[in-house]
Ligand binder design. Sequence first.
Ligand code: NAI
Ligand code: MG
Length: 351
Amino acid sequence: MTNHRIALIPGDGIGTEVIPAACHVLDTVTARHGIRLTYESFDWSCERYAHLGSMMPEDGLRRLRGHDAVLLGAVGHPGVPDHVSLWGLLIPIRRGFQQYVNLRPVRVFEGVPSPLRDARPGDVDLVVVRENVEGEYGEIGGRLGRGFPEEMAVQEAVFTRRGVTRILDHAFALAGRRGGRLTSATKSNGIVHTMPFWDELVAERAAGHPEVTWDQEHIDALAAKFVLDPGRFDVVVASNLFGDILSDLAAAVAGSIGIAPSANLNPERDHPSMFEPVHGSAPDIAGRGIANPLGAIWSAALMLDHLGHAEAAARITDAIAAVLATAPVRTPDLGGTATTREFTEALVELL
Ligand code: NAI
Ligand code: MG
């Protein structure tokens, strides 16, 4: 029996509804694969912020450190500014634990119509690999002369050889294990310092991965191709900002934000990695028990994969594909009337 310690951060809104669903699925699968998961749940959230003035305790990272992985629902509440929840919880965890790879798999499943006419099930199966700790989302910069006509704001993008090299190596290795194709998102025609540096490093790292065919596209053209021909992509590697935008675009192409998963990985395993659905706390439907749990469930599968249980993870993604293709039961975002619990039960049946 392999034992893993999992930290659960359900968060706010539907985060607290989809995490129990993910745990139910995990428990069903792990029981049959000789895996034991021990959960510890943390109430870190905007609700906590409202009561105690912080999203998590001072020593939050220390408390998470002893765990093998973190499974997070979503944070965000209408009364709390979004930058508080982001910079008070998600970013400290991603950066403090050097989770420099943000992985977002995207698939068009049978039974989930894509808004794109030509995006057929099976055609679209790609992964966006986003740099997660540096790049455009730096903390260097400032504001001067607030309120005066000459007021100015400066925000520096930071690209380091170490930071870019490690995300590229991760993406090339992933492409080697998947379809063998990689696309790099760039904008070296307009951003004349950081992006040519990125491009040079892509060419340098590619030399170490002869098994991977690669190309690069400017981000504007790439966004258009995600819409016009999403089936041509396998692994897409991008800087923090470009990857952020591309991954939401790709999730929309797949048909529902409720299904999209993500992983924040520390590949060296010096620190725990964190797994979370792409969606937010959805205050508009929170508390009604109708959230689509698949984004959280797929994220849990990514977690099992990262913990070394590829087979158990594949059982879950197969069940997701099967429940979407065959079961009439589905949540309202997918056109059904089922509750989170009923949809989860239908999936568990298939397992
Ligand atoms: P959202 O993803 O929460 O909701 C967008 C729309 O999609 C809503 O209409 C919602 O009902 C629907 N939706 C999302 N997930 C769904 C699911 N699993 N099942 C069914 N429908 C679903 O994004 P929004 O509205 O922009 O943000 C709401 C709050 O969530 C904000 O406070 C925001 O900051 C936070 N947020 C947190 C994230 C995180 O914790 N990583 C990510 C994105 C937003
Ligand atoms: Mg985003």
